[in-house]
Design a protein around this ligand. Structure first.
Ligand SMILES: C[S@@+](CC[C@H](N)C(=O)[O-])C[C@H]1O[C@@H](n2cnc3c(N)ncnc32)[C@H](O)[C@@H]1O
Length: 267
C-alpha cells in the first residue's frame, strides 16, 4: 500500500516500466522453479504471453488506469512478434520517438492530443456572436474578440476562429513538437498564429476569449490562472472538463455524437 501511494507521484510510463520489470522477475523465478519438473528449453511464445499477462496484472495492482493493461499485455507480444518477423529494432525506436513528439504533454501534463470537432467550432462561433452582442453597447473595444486556444493541437481552432467575423486576434500555444510544427504551418497558410509557448507561461491579459480542451488534471490550476489574468467581461470555455467546485455561468450541451459539453465561465 505504501508502495502504491508512493508510485502515485511517478509518471505513468515509469510505473508501466516497473510493472514490466517486476513481471520479468516473477517470470524468471517461475522458469527456475518450473525447470525442477519440466526440462528446458521452453517455447518463447508462451513465455512472452505470460510476461504480458503478468505485466497487465501488476499494472492493475500498481494502480495504473485500465487501458494500460492492454498496452502492457500487447507490448511484449508486439516486440517479440516484430523481432520474429525480422523487423529492424530501429523502427521500434523511431515509432517510440514519433509518438513521444506527438504526445509529449501526455506524460507530465497528463494532456494527450485529441481534437475539437466541427460542431464544437460552430458553437464557439455562436459564442463569439453572443459576446459581441452582449458587449458592443458597453465597450466599443469589446466588439472584437481576442481568442486563444491553450494547447492548440494541430491549430484547427485557431485557423477557424481567425475566419470568424469580429475575431480580431486568433492565437494558439502548443509545446508538443510535431503538433506545434503542424499548427504553425496550418496557421501560417490559413490564418491565426501559433506560438511554441507553454500555456502556463502565456499572459492571458490581452485575450477576452480563452478556450481549452485539456483533461481533468490541470483544471484547478488553470482556473487560478484564468481568473487572475483575464480581464473583466472575458469568457473562459473549457471543452468537456469542468473546473471543480466552480459554478459555470453556462453549460452548453452540443448535438454531436459525444454530446460535447462546453463549460462557459464569464469573468
Ligand atoms: C486535447 S488536445 C486539444 C487540441 C486543440 N486545442 C483542439 O481542441 O483541437 C490538448 C493539447 O494541449 C497541448 N498541451 C498540453 N499541455 C500543454 C502546455 N503546458 N503548453 C502548451 N500546450 C500544451 C497538448 O500537446 C495537446 O496538443
Amino acid at each position: 500500500m505504501v508502495l502504491k501511494r508512493w508510485l502515485v507521484k511517478w509518471p505513468k510510463i515509469l510505473v508501466a516500466l516497473l510493472a514490466q520489470a517486476l513481471a520479468l522477475m516473477v517470470l524468471a523465478l517461475g522458469v527456475m522453479l518450473a525447470s525442477q519438473w519440466i526440462a528446458p528449453p521452453y517455447a518463447y511464445w508462451p513465455l512472452v504471453l505470460v510476461q504480458g499477462v503478468l505485466a497487465a496484472v501488476l499494472s492493475h495492482w500498481l494502480g495504473l488506469p485500465s487501458w494500460w493493461r492492454w498496452i502492457q499485455l500487447l507490448i511484449p507480444l508486439g516486440l517479440y512478434g516484430a523481432l520474429s518477423a525480422g523487423v529492424n529494432p530501429w523502427w521500434g525506436l523511431a515509432l517510440f520517438v514519433l509518438i513521444g513528439l506527438v504526445f509529449s504533454n501526455a506524460g507530465h501534463e497528463r494532456v494527450p492530443l485529441y481534437l475539437t470537432n466541427s460542431v464544437t467550432r460552430q458553437a464557439l462561433k455562436a459564442l463569439v456572436a453572443e459576446q459581441v452582442a452582449l458587449h458592443c453597447s458597453e465597450h466599443d473595444s469589446a466588439q472584437n474578440v481576442r481568442f486563444i486556444d491553450l494547447g492548440c493541437g494541430l491549430g484547427g481552432n485557431v485557423v477557424f476562429m481567425a475566419q470568424v467575423p469580429n475575431v480580431q486576434v486568433s492565437h494558439g500555444v502548443e509545446t508538443a513538437p510535431i503538433p506545434y510544427l503542424l499548427s504553425k504551418m496550418h496557421t501560417t497558410l490559413r490564418g491565426g498564429e501559433t506560438f511554441a509557448t507553454d500555456l502556463w507561461k502565456v499572459s492571458l491579459a490581452d485575450y477576452n476569449m480563452v478556450y481549452a480542451f485539456l483533461s481533468p488534471e490541470p483544471m484547478v490550476k488553470l482556473w487560478q490562472k484564468v481568473s487572475q489574468e483575464l480581464p473583466s467581461g472575458a469568457v473562459f470555455v473549457s471543452n468537456s472538463f469542468a473546473v471543480p467546485d466552480v459554478e459555470p455561468t453556462e453549460v452548453w450541451i452540443l448535438s454531436d455524437a459525444r454530446q460535447t459539453q462546453l463549460f462557459i465561465y464569464k469573468i
